[in-house]
Ligand binder design. Structure first.
Ligand SMILES: Nc1ncnc2c1ncn2[C@@H]1O[C@H](COP(=O)(O)OP(=O)(O)O)[C@@H](O)[C@H]1O
Ligand SMILES: [Mg+2]
Length: 204
């Protein structure tokens, strides 16, 4: 069985991390080898960069510097975690990937969108086989995210308006790449969402 590369995307509190875990459990129960990983991070070097980008003041980095840090982290994640797992024919499930950079950068600095794409082509060059977009109303997502707040609030602090534009941006990205994306309604109980996710992955 060929390795398969699956990403979860969506706004904060949509349920990505919850669904990534449930899908991992479901596929393992079916006997598949699964590597569950996340961005930013997913390898020791990239986890160090994660702390740099997610903690501290929202204006800590310029948009350009931040983009370079995310790209450096993604490159390490790809080299050290994703490619080796796919080469072993394992399934890779990642909680966020390049679409999150496209959204965050594209929303905060629209003029950087072309640079985001160029850097991606130069340094990353791969897309997931399947991207599950967990779609949810930003007010619901934000209230869920507030309930589990920790130190990593740099982006959550940017507020509801950003989340609204992000949701619209993710839906537009999904519409532009219908072959790779599946949009899942996240405003239901976790098990109902997980059933749709599993159906999208197994083609059932
Ligand atoms: N379908 C759901 N219904 C209600 N609460 C949920 C649901 N999915 C996740 N949660 C809760 O909402 C919070 C955010 O979920 P999480 O999976 O961390 O979202 P994300 O990773 O997209 O930010 C968590 O506390 C989680 O337990
Ligand atoms: Mg999460």
């Amino acid at each position: 069985m060929p390795g398969r590369f699956i990403s979860f995307e969506g706004i904060d509190g949509s349920g990505k991390s919850t669904q990534a875990r449930l899908l991992t459990d479901a596929l393992r129960a079916r006997g598949q080898s699964v590597v569950l990983t996340r961005e930013p991070g997913g390898s020791p070097g990239a986890e160090e960069i994660r702390r740099l980008v997610l903690e501290g003041n929202p204006d800590r980095w310029s948009a350009e510097t931040e983009l370079l840090l995310f790209t450096a982290a993604r490159r390490d994640h790809l080299e050290k975690t994703i490619r080796p797992a796919l080469a072993r024919d394992e399934t890779v499930i990642t909680d966020r990937f390049a679409d999150s950079t496209r959204m965050y950068q594209g929303i905060s600095r629209g003029d950087l969108a072309a640079v985001v794409d160029q850097l991606h082509r130069l340094m990353i060059g791969v897309e997931p086989d399947l991207t599950l977009l967990i779609d949810i109303d930003p007010e619901v997502g934000l209230s869920r995210a507030v309930a589990r707040q920790g130190a990593e609030q740099r982006f959550e602090d940017m507020g509801l308006d950003l989340q609204r534009r992000m949701r619209a941006g993710f839906l537009a990205l999904a519409a532009a790449h219908p072959g790779r994306f599946r949009v899942i309604d996240g405003a239901r109980d976790p098990q109902a969402v997980a059933a749709d996710v599993l159906a999208a992955v197994t083609g059932g």
